[in-house]
Write a new protein. Sequence first.
Length: 240
Amino acid sequence: MKTFACFALPLFILLTGCATLTNTLSDDSKEKYDFRETQWGFSQQRVQVAEKDSRLYLKRDDVLVYNIEVAGVPAYLVYTFKNNKLRAAGYITEKPVKNAQNITKMCVDKLGAPTKITKEGMIWDTPKTVIVANAYPSHVSMGTIRYEHVSGGIFANVLHNIKKAKLGSIERWDAVWSYIDKSFYGEQRKGNVHLADLSFYEKVLFGTVKRHEFIKFATRTGYTLPIPHDFLKEGMAEAK
């Protein structure tokens, strides 16, 4: 009995000591995470281990994309890599939705007031990471008008009638909430990393690429035309 007690005591100390060490290491790791359970510089393999419970949507040499839900909004969870080293990540909406602003609201609730606001959106500047969040309209309706036919073809007719309409309600939004390695972000802003060197998903995370906004133009004859906002702006400028 004494022999068992002598053996059990060191074993108990060893096990509890290991548990304490494991918890400490776990807590330390959490403090070092830059995004979710990953750090900048992680390989694709390490990120995949961290996201083993997430549903993989796309895998290429420079990107991992997962299906996820953020603040009740269907979204893509994106990780981008250069030379198999993680340098940017974040969430982007799968498609235009009515409640995309829930994502940016969740970001503000979690991080507090942004460091600054730019055309790319709200920006938080932290020691190792630059965080960007933005929501923007993707589908906007226009008031129904009486269609008038003019010469010059379909585009001339569209421009002629659109300039009489007024913008209505925003029907759908897109959102992005991105985390970018601060050193990578700084190099890109200095011009050392050209836009052409960024992958498509990195351009989205940086806010330099957005989904094309469409204007829904309805006529009294029952036709509804989706028109790219860029085309609308150019046409309105020409019509003035």
